[in-house]
Design a protein around this ligand. Structure first.
Ligand code: SAH
Length: 395
C-alpha cells in the first residue's frame, strides 16, 4: 500500500443548513456562472461545459470555437498551464492567465490498495475534503465520484450520513475528480466508466451534477457514452423526472428494501417518495428505450433485509420494472448498528432473485485496506457534525 500521509485538519465549518425534508432543493446555483465572472475572481475554466465555455469566450469578445480548443487542452491533455496551449495566440494566453485559471481540487492523500484500487483525498476548500476512488477491472476502470461534501439524507447504514451535510460541490469540483484521477493514472490506464456513488446525493446538487456529466460525455473531453456514466440516487422523485428531461445518463437506484416499512427505516427519504412512486419514476426515466435498465442497488444487512422472503418480495416488486439487481455486501464502519450478511445468505438471496428472471450481480468489496470500500468515503477525515464523536461518547 502506497500512501502519502498528511495531517488531518478537522475544523468545524459554518455552512448553510442541509435541505430539510420539506424543502428538498433541486437546484443550488445558477449554472454555470457559479465561478463568479467579473467579480474580481478568476474564472475556473475547469468547471465550464461546452455551452458555458462558448459563452465565456463570447463574453470576452472572442470566437465561441475557442471553447473546443480549451476543452481539449484541459480535459483530453490534462493541461492546466495556458502557456502550453500552443494553438492559442500569445495575447490570448496572457489574457486567460490573467483573468482565468484551471484549478483542480488539491490532492492531500493518495493511496493504492493491494488489489490495485486507488483512492485520492482531495481538498476542495480550507475545511472540506472529498474522496474519489478508482477501481480497475479487466478491460475497464471505474471512477467513483462524490457530488456533495457529506450528505443530508441520513440513510441508516451509510457512513457519509454520519458526518451530516456540509455543502454542494461545484461543477469544477465534480469534474475535477475525473481530471485529477486521469492525470494521476497517466497514459497507462484510462477511466472508462464513472459512477456518481461517492459522497452525497447527486440529485440534490442537480445543476452542477448535470453540467459535470455533460462534460464527461462531451466528444471534446472524455467522450464517455451514456452507458458509462451512472448516477446513483436514493430516490428524489421530482428531480429524477427533471433529469429525464435534460440528461440520459444511466440510472442506479438505492432501493435496499422491498417494502415501505423497512425502507422508511433504512432510507428515510422513502417517507416522502415511497417505493411505488420511485419505481414509477424509474420507468418514466427509462421511457421507451427497450434495451435500457435501471440498476437496483440493494445492500445486504444481516437479519434486516436479507431473508428469502425479502428476496422473493424484491423479485415480485421488480417484475415489471426493466431492471438489474446489484447486491452490495454491507461495509461495516465504526458505530454502525448493522453487520454484513454471510456469504451463504448473499448467495441464497442472489439465487432467489435470479431464478425469478432478474439479472443479478453481487458487488465485490474492493480497496478494503485503504478504506476505499463503498459507503466509507472520507468519514473520519471530514466529520464536520462531530456526530462520530458524540456516538463514541454514548457507546
Ligand atoms: N446518495 C446516492 C449515492 C451515494 S451512495 C445513493 O443513495 O444512491 C452509493 C451507494 O453506496 C448506495 O447504493 C448506498 O446505499 C451504498 N452504501 C452506502 N453505505 C454503504 C455501506 N456502508 N456498505 C455498502 N454500501 C453502502
Amino acid at each position: 500500500m502506497k500512501s502519502i500521509p498528511v495531517p488531518v485538519n478537522m475544523v468545524p465549518l459554518s455552512s448553510p443548513p442541509p435541505p430539510g425534508e420539506g424543502s428538498l432543493e433541486l437546484t443550488s446555483a445558477a449554472l454555470p456562472l457559479e465561478e463568479a465572472w467579473g467579480q474580481g475572481v478568476k474564472t475556473n475554466l475547469l468547471g465550464l461545459n461546452r455551452k458555458a465555455m462558448e459563452d465565456y469566450f463570447r463574453s470576452i469578445g472572442d470566437k465561441p470555437f475557442r471553447a473546443v480548443q480549451l476543452l481539449q487542452w484541459i480535459h483530453q491533455r490534462g493541461v492546466d498551464d495556458f502557456n502550453a496551449m500552443t494553438n492559442l495566440s500569445k495575447p490570448l494566453r496572457a489574457y486567460l492567465a490573467e483573468h482565468s485559471e484551471i484549478r483542480p481540487p488539491e490532492i492531500v492523500l493518495a493511496q493504492e490498495a493491494s488489489d490495485g484500487v486507488r483512492k485520492w483525498v482531495l481538498q476542495v476548500d480550507a475545511n472540506n475534503r472529498i474522496e474519489t476512488v478508482f477501481i480497475p477491472e479487466e478491460g475497464r476502470g471505474t471512477l467513483c465520484v462524490s457530488s456533495q461534501v457529506g450528505c443530508a439524507l441520513e440513510c441508516s447504514f451509510c457512513s457519509t450520513a454520519q458526518q451530516g451535510f456540509n455543502r454542494n460541490l461545484s461543477v469544477a469540483e465534480i469534474i475535477g475528480q475525473l481530471w485529477v484521477a486521469q492525470r494521476e493514472l497517466g497514459e497507462g490506464r484510462r477511466v472508462t466508466n464513472v459512477v456518481l456513488m461517492g459522497m452525497g446525493e447527486p440529485l440534490l446538487n442537480f445543476n452542477h451534477v448535470v453540467a459535470a456529466t455533460e462534460l464527461m460525455m462531451d466528444d471534446f473531453t472524455y467522450g464517455l457514452s451514456k452507458r458509462r456514466v451512472t448516477l446513483s440516487t436514493s430516490g428524489v422523485v421530482p428531480a429524477l423526472d427533471r433529469l429525464a428531461e435534460v440528461s440520459d445518463v444511466s440510472l442506479a437506484v438505492s432501493l435496499h428494501a422491498p417494502d415501505d416499512t423497512l425502507r422508511n427505516e433504512l432510507v428515510p427519504i422513502n417517507r416522502k417518495y415511497p417505493i411505488k412512486e420511485l419505481l414509477a419514476a424509474c420507468k418514466r426515466y427509462i421511457g421507451k428505450e427497450s434495451r435500457r435498465k435501471v440498476t437496483i442497488e440493494y445492500v445486504l444487512l444481516e437479519g434486516v433485509n436479507d431473508s428469502p422472503a425479502h428476496a422473493r418480495a424484491l423479485a415480485k416488486l421488480l417484475a415489471n420494472v426493466p431492471s438489474k439487481v446489484n447486491l452490495i455486501p454491507f461495509n461495516p464502519f465504526p458505530n454502525s448498528r448493522y453487520r454484513c450478511s454471510s456469504p451463504e445468505t448473499i448467495l441464497r438471496f442472489s439465487e432467489i432473485v435470479q431464478q425469478a428472471g432478474l439479472i443479478t450481480t453481487t458487488r465485490k468489496t474492493r480497496g478494503v485496506d485503504i478504506d476505499a470500500a463503498c459507503g466509507q468515503l472520507v468519514g473520519r477525515v471530514n466529520d464536520k457534525s462531530k456526530r462520530h464523536f458524540r456516538l463514541q461518547a454514548i457507546a
